[in-house]
Structure formats: C-alpha cells, structure tokens
Ligand binder design. Structure first.
Ligand code: SAH
Length: 217
C-alpha cells in the first residue's frame, strides 16, 4: 500500500512515521509514504490560499496547486498498471471514518491519496474533479488535515497483512480490551493499594477470556 499525502506541512509527519509499528512497516516496505507539497507548485510570491467567494472568515486553499499535486501522485501511481486508487479529502462534515472503512480500504486499494486541508479547506472544485471522498475523523474541528491523514494511515496500515505481528493481529480480532494491567501486582499510591484483578493471575485462560470480553464495554 502506498499513501500519497498532499500537505503544506509534510514535516508534521516526520517523527510519527519513524516510530514503532508504522516505522517498521515502512522499513519492511509493507507501506510506503510519499509527500506532495502544494507550496512547491506556487510561483515565487504566489500564495497557496485566497479569499473565499461569497465572503466569510478565513482563507481557502487554491485549486490549481492541489490539482498539480494530485496529478503528480496519479502519474506516480500510473506506473503500476494494476494500481487501484482512492482519493480522500478531509473535512469535519465528511463521512465518519471507522474500522470498516479502514478494512475495506486495505483490501481494495494499492494507492490512497490523502488531501490534508488547512484554513477553511480546499476549493470545492478539486473534490468534484477527482471524485474524492469527504472523510471526517470525528465531530470536532482540527486545525488541519495532517492529523486525520495520520489517523487513516495508521489504522489502514494495521489492516495490511504483515504490519502487525501475527500474535497482535489475532489478539486484536479476538479480544482486545482497553482495561489492561502489568507489574506490579499491587500498586501503592497515596497509602492505598491498587490490585490487579485476581482472575488475570489465575492462569485459567477460559475465565480470563470471559473477563476480557465482559470488560470490553
Ligand atoms: N470550516 C471548515 C473547517 C476547516 S478545518 C469546514 O467546515 O470544513 C481545516 C482542515 O482541517 C480541513 O480542511 C480538514 O482537512 C481538516 N479537519 C479539521 N477537522 C477535521 C475532522 N474532524 N476530520 C477530518 N478533517 C478535519
């Protein structure tokens, strides 16, 4: 899977992409991340944004430089005759992203173009021309589409075979609970003892699984 990220802030991705599972997935070439910066298509002194037609606050990202980035990405992608491409634009009012979307994307596509907006977003004609999906990662407004791009990249990558270890992915499918414990068995904090639930120390796998399932919610 190749992720083609269009952003005016590519450095925002640097440290995250180096770490842990995603860092290893890139090293092992399970995924590849390429960047396209609309600023590099601006002529000297040309701005990447413009005032919105119809008035209102904030600035709108100009279509031409984003179109150039998408065309560049599509050109790179077209070298693979079997490529299957999805183009995603981010917007707080888009379709809500979830695990199903991540699973389907990992299955269906070889290349995903992620358009990270800023300010008031990108001129709407870009989405129309390229039939981009409008995707939201939640009901809140962020400063830019870089975090949403990282969220999709991370969760879609986890669905690609070989990115998670065999044990991790099986565990995630079977029982993944957010209530977890490690050493010490008894944690002392401000004169109180906080114990690990007994069942987890029992060695009884059936009971442990039942407990994990019931603690899932
Ligand atoms: N008024 C604009 C807000 C733009 S926020 C609107 O209603 O669309 C600036 C950029 O941040 C957006 O273009 C988008 O790329 C990103 N963004 C902000 N919140 C987001 C969210 N919840 N999900 C996905 N992208 C988001």
């Amino acid at each position: 899977m190749r992720f083609h990220i269009i952003t005016i802030f590519p450095e925002a991705f640097d440290s995250y992409l180096k770490e842990s599972i995603i860092g290893r997935a890139i090293e092992a070439k399970k995924i590849k991340v390429l960047f396209y910066n609309p600023l590099s298509y601006c002529k000297p002194k040309e701005r990447v944004d413009g005032r919105p037609y119809g008035g209102g606050p904030g600035m709108v990202l100009r279509p031409e430089v984003f179109i150039k980035c998408i065309e560049k990405a599509l050109k790179v992608i077209s070298k693979n005759k079997k490529a299957k491409t999805k183009i995603i634009n981010f917007s707080p009012s888009g379709k809500k992203f979830d695990t199903m979307y991540a699973k389907n994307s990992a299955k269906k596509y070889t290349d995903i173009i992620l358009i990270s907006g800023r300010y008031e977003g990108i001129d709407a004609r870009v989405k129309k021309i390229f039939k981009a999906d409008d995707i939201s990662i939640g009901d809140y407004v962020l400063t830019g589409g870089e975090l949403p791009a990282m969220v999709l990249l991370d969760s879609i990558s986890r669905q690609i075979s070989g990115v998670l270890g065999k044990y991790e992915s099986l565990e995630e499918e079977r029982v993944s609970s957010s209530i977890v414990y490690t050493r010490p068995e008894i944690l002392k904090y401000k004169n109180k003892n906080y114990k690990v639930p007994k069942v987890l120390l029992s060695g009884n796998h059936k009971l442990i699984e039942e407990w994990k399932n019931s603690s899932k919610k």
